[in-house]
Design a protein around this ligand. Sequence first.
Ligand SMILES: [Fe+2]
Length: 278
Amino acid sequence: MKSNRRQFMAALALGAGAAGLGFDSFYWENNHLEVTAYDWLTAKFPGDASPIRLVQISDLHLKKFGGFEKLVAQKVNELEPGLLVMTGDFIEANDKFEELKGFLQLLPSSCPKFAVLGNWDHWSGVKVKEFDRAFAGLGIALLDNSREELKVGSERICLVGVDDPTNGWDKLDKAAAHLSDRQFNLFLAHSPNIISQIRDLPIDLMLCGHTHGGQVRLPGVKPFWLPRKCEGYIAGFYTKNGKTMYVNRGLGNSVVPVRFRCLPEITVFTLKPEERRG
Ligand SMILES: [Fe+2]
């Protein structure tokens, strides 16, 4: 009798554990956010330069324009970015393009906004020029193997962006031709495999996405799933050939709608001079 009771309690605990795990993986983590924040010091800014708040979002994989997407927009607005960048995989299917525009409309109107496209944006069937036109109407500059210089606060920043490197649509030679080393050069690309090509370019910081952080992260174990062209880069900072890249964990998911110990992420980089005067 006692043994039956023990078995029943064990089965009950296992069932509750599985239900909790399922709730966490399929619902809770997919509907909550982590804002990660870093200081990024640069000798390119004079000592009396005001810090610039650079915000990155990535891999929305918008399936519907719902509560989570509104939460993302609200958080981004609360962060009051000086510069907002988006590193691709906005949608997976062309019937979500209108809903994507609804989401993008909620982003801050007062800061410069830049985007590059990811593999899923191409696979959605929406043409690059349609993204370009829609983004331009919403105050977002699409960097399609191109670059743009602008003044943010008191400092000049050059944003260099390539089309999706996952499928080889990147044209780095075109985007970074004759790039000057005098200004702060921020590089945007969807997938992190591009880092091996950056070697000799005067890039100060690279921002990528694509990996979703692996989506399921068990302690001490490599992710079970990573998309093509991650090349061992999963999440966070990496340095190769003297160039530093940050891989954002993204907001959405693809293939399996699961996240475990891998919350969706908004990243904030505070760009500051290496030495402050006065
Ligand atoms: Fe991707």
